[in-house]
Ligand binder design. Structure first.
Ligand code: ZN
Length: 288
């Protein structure tokens, strides 16, 4: 892990920028924040609100009351949160892989792709799966409900559009798709894709201020580890806060070799967990 972490700030704030940035984007396009703040934003909520009012008017002690939301604690700050983790790839193989599916922006994209691999033979699919296992365990320990797109390394998580559709369906508080990149051999580091069409004007400045701290930002992709994409179905179809995280460049010999180390994967999991907590609990304020 130390070979990756090279900056001065504490090592667990790596995704702060990414998730805070996503929060800013989503504030701009009113996804999520409206869902959270408007008690009557769904038919069920509206019914609940009106029946509560009626009950109050009748002052009936027998009347049902709205079940209180579970309360987060210091030990479990993610109680009440649903987090969708997508270990990238592992979907249909063969001809089915190339079936075109909607990208959410009026175009189409392949159902799935094979993903990258290190020179040592670690496939991205397996790396993503292994990292997702650590991340899921960490998030559950912190009180979150965790949904994953596939149940094992070999299992199919479906096409890319199906994965984000499942997160939308679950009304997840955040969707995180785990990947590693197949970049140029000389390049290394971490970058986060966020939905391009939702980019707000203050976003890039604020993102720069909240620049990724401790996982080395990519030397070849994005700006300080942030890269907007308009062609990823996972982002184009998102109705919840969504990011696609590229944790490392598998084509780089040194960085690729590190990915086989469980301690390195644990470091990624811890960084992602901290980023998720920061995003979901608002502990990192956006820059003015
Ligand atoms: Zn990938």
């Amino acid at each position: 892990m130390r070979a990756i972490v090279h900056r001065r700030r504490p090592p667990l704030s790596a995704l702060t920028a990414a998730f805070a940035a996503v929060g800013l984007v989503l504030t701009g396009c009113t996804i999520g924040t409206e869902l959270d703040s408007s008690a009557a934003s769904t038919p069920a909520a509206a019914m609940s609100a009106s029946s509560t009012q009626a009950v109050a008017e009748q002052q009936s002690p027998e009347a049902p009351t709205t079940r209180p939301a579970p309360t987060p604690t210091a030990e479990q700050p993610l109680i009440g949160k649903t987090i969708y983790i997508d270990p990238g790839h592992g979907g249909p193989v063969g001809e089915e892989m190339w079936e075109q599916v909607p990208d959410g922006r009026g175009g189409t994209t392949a159902c799935q792709s094979e993903g990258a691999a290190t020179k040592g033979g670690l496939t991205e699919q397996t790396f993503n799966w292994q990292t997702s296992q650590l991340l899921s365990a960490d998030l559950k320990r912190l009180g979150a409900v965790v949904i994953t797109s596939r149940d094992d390394d070999a299992g199919s998580g479906g096409c890319v559009d199906q994965r984000i559709a499942a997160a939308n369906q679950a009304d997840a508080d955040v969707f995180v798709s785990l990947h590693a990149d197949a970049g140029p051999e000389f390049g290394y580091g971490f970058f986060v894709n966020y939905p391009s069409a939702a980019t707000g004007e203050p976003f890039e400045e604020q993102s720069a201020e909240l620049a990724l701290a401790d996982l080395t930002p990519s030397t070849y992709a994005g700006d300080e580890g942030l890269l907007a994409r308009g062609d990823l179905a996972e982002l184009g179809l998102a109705q919840v806060p969504a990011v696609v995280v590229h944790l490392a460049n598998m084509n780089n010999g040194i960085e690729g070799a590190l990915l086989a180390d469980p301690a390195v994967r644990k470091g990624y999991s811890m960084a992602l967990t901290t980023g998720i907590i920061d995003f979901l609990t608002g502990s990192v304020a956006p820059a003015d």
